[in-house]
Every structure is written in structure tokens, then in C-alpha cells.
Write a protein that binds this ligand. Structure first.
Ligand code: NAD
Length: 336
């Protein structure tokens, strides 16, 4: 099947070009670039491509029948419009939860032990340790919001690897976590007790700004906030205020509300217009990475394999295992 890949980076090309009829476009998909998809039965998009109703209608007019997301989250796709237009949407539900979980733990450690600042100091031959005092992760209390594939791995690592007290919040209990001493509770209760909160739920109308001014106000003083899920889970303006007042002790973000205007591009010669984002970067106790938690060899390979298999299944008329809304139920998520 001929596939138009949008928002292509060199690493996408490297892993996806095994397929013969794959055409790569650097442009991100939106209403100004959708014309490129004309005549392609399938397109492949990533987290910041815009697949809203306007784009869906244009895709359908141009003959596109499949949208393959090379990611897990699908908050950038109007699924209702897609269904109405007869466009099937597939995704890669779990390409490497380990990639994201490990990066999350890495951010958590870097933030509290100030590894980012220590690295910069040593490069300047400044070997002084003043201002670099951290805290042990061992015996800290961590709230894990969302215990699906990624959150469960983070929770298990923190509990079994670091000896943390882990509080979990998720409407769906992940089998096995309670057996290792992880307690489920509502988000508000978890925040009131936690030293660190790490976010692993999807972005939905219910979870948008799940960390807002009220949530931060009710949290324990000195909370550290880690987000490798989706930027809009956090009200960034409220987070900046909480940093200024020192209510929040530190923040590590791999995702950002308005990242679509920034991430995945080299803007080093540009003037970034997002003042809120620029303010975030001025804090010594904030680490921001550009949505790279997924970026491992294993994850990219798994993404390419699953995406190409889904499209091959579609072409052959086989059932689609990863069609959004019709995915097969996960087997028990015990030991991942
Ligand atoms: P998953 O579907 O396995 O798990 C998500 C969990 O969140 C589910 O258990 C669900 O019940 C729970 N949830 C839903 N609403 C909730 C709420 N209101 N409160 C608490 N929990 C809630 O997904 P996953 O594979 O673990 O991925 C989690 C998120 O990580 C994805 O949604 C995606 O946005 C993000 N992600 C980021 C990267 C990255 O590179 N930074 C890569 C992959 C995924």
C-alpha cells in the first residue's frame, strides 16, 4: 500500500523505509499540507500532526482510507470525524513502554540530584558542590497517575528497585501492583502525600490540566513534578507560579502543552515566541527535553514493525489488531 509519511525525521526514514511504497514528507500534516496526501490510500503521522475534522474531510476526498499513528496517544485525531468519513485509524499501542519508563526514572534522578547542573559546572571547570544537595529516592513517596503499560513499569521500578512508597491513581487497577505494596487512591489524596508526582495517563477531556492551580495548592509543599505523557495534562501557567512560590521543588518535562510549535525542530537560530516556555527554561530546578522519551532503537524498530504490519493487514483485508476503539483487550499486565 502506498503510504505518505508526514513529519518525517531521519530516524523515521531509517526505520520505515523497509517498505517499498513509502513516501516521506518532512512537512507536518495540517490543513495547509494535507494536499500532499492526495491519492495515497494510507498516511502515517506522529504526535503533533493535526488530524482534525478539516484534515479528515480533505483526506477522505483525496482517497485516503487509513491513518496510521506511529505513536500510542491519539489526542491529535478527531476519531468521530474519521469514522464518519470512513477512515480507519490504527496506532502503536505499546512499542516500548520500557523506553518511556526508563527515561522517566532518568529525569526523576537527574532532577533531584541536579545532574544537569553538575554537568554544566564541570564543563566550566567548576567542581564546587554548593547548591547541589539532592535527596535519596529511596523511601520517597511517589504518586504515579496512570498505571497502564508505562506507569506500571515506573511504579514497579520505584517500588522494587528504589524502595519508594508508591501511591497509584487510575480508574483501572493494574494487576499485581497492589501485591507489591502499591496503594490506589484518588489523585487529590495521592498528591497530598507525595514528594514526587509522575504522569502516565492519556490526554482526554477528563485529564486535561489534571495538574492545575487547585491540584498544586492541595499538594504537599516541595512536590516534584515529572511529565513524560502529554503536555496538556499540566496547566503550565499554574506550574510556573508554583515554581516561583517554591511550592514546587522541581519540574522535569518531556512534553509541553504548546510543544507543537517547538518540538522536533532545530530552532537554535530563531526567536522563540512562547514566553511561558521561555520562563520555564529560566528556572535552575526545571529540566525540559523535547519529547524524546520514546527515542530508543528498540522503540523505533517496534513502531515501524507494528505500523507496517497494520498497513499490510489492511491491504490484505485481515482484521486490524490496533484499530483505535476496536483493539483487542490487553492480556493481564502483571510483570512487565
Ligand atoms: P496505557 O493506555 O497503557 O495507560 C494509560 C493509563 O491511564 C490506563 O491504565 C488508564 O486507565 C489510565 N487513565 C485514564 N484516565 C485516567 C485518569 N483520569 N486518572 C488516572 N489514570 C487514568 O498507555 P501507556 O502506554 O502507559 O502510555 C501512557 C501515556 O504516555 C500515553 O497516553 C502517551 O500520551 C504517553 N507517551 C509518551 C511518550 C513520550 O515519548 N514522551 C511515548 C509513549 C507514550
Amino acid at each position: 500500500m502506498r503510504v505518505a509519511v508526514f513529519g518525517t525525521k531521519s530516524y523515521d526514514r531509517r526505520f520505515l523505509e523497509a517498505a517499498n511504497e513509502t513516501f516521506f514528507f518532512e512537512a507536518r500534516l495540517d490543513d495547509t499540507t494535507v494536499a500532499l496526501a492526495e491519492g495515497f490510500p494510507a498516511i502515517c503521522v506522529f504526535v503533533n500532526d493535526l488530524v482534525d475534522k478539516t484534515v479528515i474531510l480533505r483526506l477522505a476526498q483525496g482517497g485516503t482510507r487509513y491513518v496510521a499513528l506511529r505513536c500510542a496517544g491519539y489526542n491529535n485525531v478527531d476519531l468521530k470525524a474519521a469514522e464518519e468519513a470512513g477512515i480507519t485509524v490504527v496506532r502503536v499501542p505499546a512499542y516500548s513502554p520500557h523506553a518511556v519508563a526508563e527515561f522517566t526514572i532518568g529525569l526523576m534522578l537527574a532532577l533531584d540530584r541536579q545532574i544537569h547542573r553538575a554537568w554544566a559546572r564541570v564543563r566550566e571547570n567548576n567542581f564546587a558542590l554548593d547548591g547541589l544537595i539532592g535527596r535519596n529516592l529511596h523511601e520517597r513517596t511517589v504518586a504515579v497517575i496512570g498505571t497502564g503499560e508505562i506507569g506500571a513499569l515506573v511504579a514497579r521500578s520505584l517500588r522494587l528497585g528504589f524502595g519508594c512508597t508508591v501511591l497509584a491513581s487510575d480508574p483501572v487497577l493494574h494487576e499485581g501492583l497492589e501485591d507489591i505494596g502499591i496503594r490506589y487512591m484518588p489523585v487529590g489524596e495521592a498528591l497530598a502525600c507525595a514528594d514526587i508526582v509522575t504522569l502516565h495517563c492519556p490526554l482526554t477531556p477528563d485529564t486535561r490540566h489534571i495538574i492545575d492551580a487547585a491540584a498544586l495548592a492541595s499538594a504537599r509543599d516541595g512536590l516534584m513534578v515529572v511529565n513524560t505523557s502529554r503536555g496538556a495534562l499540566i496547566d503550565t501557567a499554574a506550574l510556573v507560579e508554583a515554581l516561583k512560590s517554591r511550592k514546587v521543588r522541581g519540574v522535569a518535562l518531556d512534553v509541553y502543552e504548546q510543544e507543537a510549535d517547538l518540538f522536533f525542530e532545530d530552532l537554535s537560530n530563531e526567536i522563540v515566541q512562547d514566553d511561558l516556555f521561555q520562563r520555564l527554561l529560566t528556572f535552575p530546578n526545571v529540566i525540559v527535553t523535547g519529547h524524546q522519551a520514546f527515542l530508543t532503537e528498540e522503540a523505533l524498530s517496534a513502531i515501524a514493525t507494528t505500523t507496517l504490519e497494520s498497513l499490510a493487514d489492511a491491504e490484505a483485508g485481515r482484521p486490524l489488531l490496533h484499530q483505535i476503539g476496536r483493539e483487542r483487550l490487553r492480556p493481564s499486565k502483571t510483570s512487565e
